[in-house]
Ligand binder design. Structure first.
Ligand code: PGA
Length: 246
């Protein structure tokens, strides 16, 4: 299966910049061994999609109901025309919007039931890691996040391991070595297998992936792709990361 690299633009870029960035990337992507995905803010999904011929699109979030009186929300059914992936449970949403595992489970279910691919983001913070709770935190986030889907839905689910302590904007961040990342992937595989048995769920890495360190994560057999934040805002850097898939 092709490796996948998702660029999460978060709350960055204006309309003109968003179109310029995706167009620039789209013209330069030639490597058919990798699927490149960008996740622009909702408001630019349509414009970015129009400019993307070789690039897939992700939404950064969704609501779980199909339609109704939910001011400010966007449903997976509405997103379906614009994207193929949806990020769910990103650590920034868990922090600022206080998203719970139960809400996240509803979102994962809603996304997979319309045929989109949920990218369930999980990871521990430094305090949890230092107190030896990494496995417990990952277990809770994964088991609860996936609690509403079936074994069959799992075929199309991506788990993004994003150690919060290594995300580029985390204060006093630390590097997550490839070895640390691989140990976490082994834990994640174990957690998913215990719950669902043999499965084809893919695991991606995210946390300050940049041109200097991308090779290690992307060449690892444990990881089927990467979720890139800051470095995806710059076409040159993002293309350098894409080249590292090899
Ligand atoms: P970063 O962000 O690459 O800037 O660390 C990753 C993420 O939060 O998805």
């Amino acid at each position: 299966m092709k490796k996948v690299i998702i660029g999460n633009w978060k709350m960055n870029k204006n309309r003109e910049e968003a179109i310029a960035l995706v167009s620039d990337l789209d013209n330069k992507i030639s490597d058919k061994n990798v699927e490149v995905v960008v996740a622009p803010p909702f408001i630019y999904l349509e414009a970015v999609k129009r400019a993307a011929k070789n690039i897939s699109i992700a939404a950064q979030d969704t609501f779980w109901e199909e339609s109704g009186a939910y001011t400010g929300e966007v449903s997976p059914v509405q997103l379906k025309d614009y994207c193929s992936y949806v990020l769910v449970g990103h650590s920034e949403r868990r922090k600022y919007q206080k998203e719970t595992n139960e809400e996240i489970a509803n979102k994962v279910k809603a996304v997979s039931s319309v045929g989109l691919i949920p990218v369930l983001c999980v990871g521990e913070d430094l305090e949890q890691r230092n107190s030896g709770n990494t496995e417990q935190v990952l277990k809770e986030k994964i088991e609860e996040g996936l609690s509403k889907i079936t074994n069959q839905d799992l075929e199309n689910v991506i788990i993004a391991y994003e150690p919060i302590w290594s995300i580029s904007t985390t204060e006093n961040r630390k590097d997550c070595t490839v070895q640390d990342a691989e140990s976490a992937a082994v834990l994640i595989d174990k957690i998913i297998k215990t719950k669902f048995g043999e499965n084809n769920a893919r695991v991606f890495f995210g946390g300050n992936v940049n041109p200097e360190n991308a090779e290690g994560y992307l060449q690892s057999n444990e990881y089927a792709g990467a979720l890139v934040g800051g470095a995806s805002l710059n076409a040159k850097k993002f293309l350098e990361i894409i080249e590292k898939v090899g």
